[in-house]
Design a protein around this ligand. Structure first.
Ligand code: HEM
Length: 416
């Protein structure tokens, strides 16, 4: 493994020739968080890392207590334009100033104003109302899967379509526009896609969302984008079309692959743990807890929780100086033995609700309710309707998404 003993642990920035560890780490065991976290948590809970694509350096925090402290600290900024912010991809300074970042990468007051406009769309109550429709979408996808003889790719047939079909409806897009959403998943989940492909996709998506929002402003319907545009006007929030587009894009970017990857990987974990699957099949009231345990265990967005300090902050035995970047790894926190006993064990009976997979503090995942409900419905339906579901390829042959913000599976060949 990487020699963590070489990592700098002092309070200053790592300069030229520093021994900062290359980041992100690769998950050597596909159903585990990177093994480096465990050793760092014990020996060097605040460690300098160098982001492999952008070359930026940041502090990596690996203890639950430290990660939670940073995510709840107002001196930790999410403003992606601030010098020192650990951007994962290289962006030239002159380009950076023109990029319209979504509210996930802004601080108060802009963050608060924009987030508040969409909060009502994601309350527990609103999402409960969506349950019957989500159930229908899931059942239709499972019908389509069972109409074939198998084997089939569960990512293509179920995991990717469920969030895209649902979002298409929630946003108020025409069913014929589903291709835009399908294309999004195809590009972002395809291992051959380059950074250029993703940039082109975002431009295409922005054009589509801009046209859709303009149309909703003229002819509002009973949907998220119509209500967003109306609220912006009624509350005099002062957002321009480009801001509304960035909000809509954030919802797609934050809501699609995360849910799709959790469906794919979560199914794989259940197939690898047949006793847990049998228990859930016999008593679906356990699924809620099991979903939280899956979120903790897999921690698919483990390094998406990044900040830059606006003031000196004491954490993990060091001082993070104003202007230094931080990766407060929720994945490392979720496997901290001080909070979760035997964290490497997938245990549907554990109390996992302290997990940080949805982050913590002002930027805590806005779609957590929606994600949980989709996952509960999918796993209950799969377990009940296809009790003979099994892998159609050895685990070693599966291909996993490494190196990005979100961990996932490219394909999940299954049969029944
Ligand atoms: C299983 C799935 C999901 C996981 C693991 C996940 C994880 C996360 C994490 C870790 C963050 C926080 C980043 C930070 O603190 O800086 C976040 C933010 C966010 N997520 Fe999720 N997410 C999931 C599903 C969704 C869904 C379905 C939506 C629906 C639209 C969504 C919308 C958002 C938004 C809008 C933010 C930004 C919140 C803010 O900055 O105020 N997420 N998510």
């Amino acid at each position: 493994m990487t020699d963590v003993a070489q990592a700098e642990t002092g309070p200053t920035s790592a300069g030229e020739g520093s021994s900062a560890l290359p980041f992100p780490f690769t998950r050597k065991c596909p159903l585990s968080t990177p093994h480096e976290y465990a050793e760092l948590r014990t020996h060097s809970p605040a460690t300098k890392v160098r982001l492999q694509l952008s070359g930026k350096e940041a502090w990596l925090l690996t203890r639950h207590e430290d990660v939670k402290k940073v995510l709840g600290d107002p001196a930790m900024s999410s403003d992606a334009k601030r010098p020192g912010y650990p951007l994962q991809f290289p962006v030239p300074e002159e380009v950076l100033q023109f990029i319209k970042f979504p509210f996930s990468a802004l601080d108060a007051p802009e963050h608060t104003v924009q987030r508040r406009l969409v909060i009502p769309e994601f309350t527990a109550r609103r999402i409960q109302d969506l349950r019957p429709r989500i159930q229908e979408i899931v059942d239709e996808r499972i019908d389509a899967l069972l109409a074939g003889e198998g084997p089939a790719d569960l990512v293509k047939e179920l995991a990717a379509p469920v969030p895209s079909l649902l979002f298409c409806e929630m946003l108020g897009a025409d069913p014929a526009d589903i291709d835009y959403f399908r294309r999004y998943s195809e590009v972002t989940m395809n291992r051959e896609s380059t950074q250029e492909d993703v940039i082109a996709l975002y431009a295409e998506m922005d054009g589509f969302l801009g046209r859709l929002i303009t149309e909703k402003e003229k002819n509002p319907g009973d949907d998220l984008l119509s209500r967003l545009a109306a609220k912006n006007r009624e509350e005099d929030a002062g957002l321009e079309l480009a801001d509304l587009v960035s909000i809509a894009r954030l919802l797609v970017v934050a809501g699609f692959d995360t849910t799709a990857n959790m469906i794919g990987l979560g199914t794989l974990v259940l197939l690898q743990n047949p006793e847990a699957a049998d228990e859930l099949r016999a008593d679906p009231s356990l699924t809620r807890k099991a979903v939280d345990e899956l979120l903790r265990f897999l921690s698919i967005a483990d390094s998406a929780t990044v900040r830059v300090a606006t003031d000196d902050v004491e954490v993990g035995g060091i001082t993070i100086r104003a202007g230094e970047g931080v990766i407060a790894s929720n994945g490392a926190a979720n496997w901290d033995g001080a909070v979760f006993e035997n964290p490497h064990v997938f245990d549907i009976h554990r109390d996992a609700k302290n997990h940080l997979a949805f982050s913590y503090g002002a930027h805590q995942c806005l779609g957590a309710n929606l994600a949980r409900v989709q996952l509960e419905i999918v796993f209950d339906a799969l377990l009940a309707r296809i009790p003979t579901l099994r892998l159609a390829a050895p685990l070693e042959e599966l291909s996993f998404m490494h190196g990005g913000h979100i961990y996932g599976l490219h394909q999940l060949p299954v049969t029944w």
